[in-house]
Design a protein around this ligand. Sequence first.
Ligand SMILES: C[S@@+](CC[C@H](N)C(=O)[O-])C[C@H]1O[C@@H](n2cnc3c(N)ncnc32)[C@H](O)[C@@H]1O
Length: 278
Amino acid sequence: MTDLSGNAPPFDAIHHGDNLPFMRDLPDACCDLIYLDPPFGTGKRQTTARNGHGYADDVAGSIENHVAFLEPRLRESHRLLADTGSMFVHLDYRAAHYVKILLDRIFTPANFLNEIIWHYRTGGRSSQWFARKHDTILFYAKNKGQHTFNVIRGGEFRTDGLNRDEDGRPYKSTKNGRLYFHPDGPAITDVWDIPFLSTVSKERTGYPSQKPEALLERIILAASNDGDCVADFFCGSGTTLSVAKRLGRRFIGCDRQADAVEIARQRLASAIAQRPTT
Ligand SMILES: C[S@@+](CC[C@H](N)C(=O)[O-])C[C@H]1O[C@@H](n2cnc3c(N)ncnc32)[C@H](O)[C@@H]1O
């Protein structure tokens, strides 16, 4: 296990290798937040034509095999979560419904929090069905009610007849006077409209399936606090780890692709350089 800055593992380090034995070696309850973005079970190798970076998503052969691959990793994740911790599992239409049933078994339905719809606009079209423009992110608490959750606000209120006072604060006139709304906007719901990384985005690393930092920023701000440990055992290009570091969290990362680990390390080095010094 390699450490970026010479600190003792497992914190602030990225492991290169299969995540299952790695997770099995970690102590109980060492993670406050786990985000998992496994291969979607597409049956194809995922590559970036431009530079050849890629990973296999063709090992499973069937949805049953894919779920069987995920199951021990999801069970380990549950063990690794602190009592106040939570997990986000990023999926698409292929496996989301199978994995929901599996996670209900592992976490119990009582600890299910959200089915988050990440809506984006880019990608393919079809003349035979509605264009598929969302991923599903399942959000579970280790113990609902004890879990860390910070309300995130943003966007515009959709309420009819909204006014702004002289200080720009939103309100609605009612027969009892002004009804003020939160100045930071409405609380974010479970439908997230966040653009996919464009082909010319500065964030792009060239690694396939790279997720936008804005998506991880929302997850990390909502479900962890300063100094908490954020883990991503399918870390790819290191989006989660890099955002976690920038936001003052510790991280644990793992990927079995050498090029992913190399890209993630480079991103982390620049995230550390960007952190404000206090
Ligand atoms: C969808 S990509 C993750 C992309 C990442 N969220 C990002 O923003 O770059 C899935 C990753 O899981 C890794 N992976 C697949 N099976 C693995 C395993 N058994 N152990 C560790 N990593 C694995 C792949 O190499 C790939 O990098």
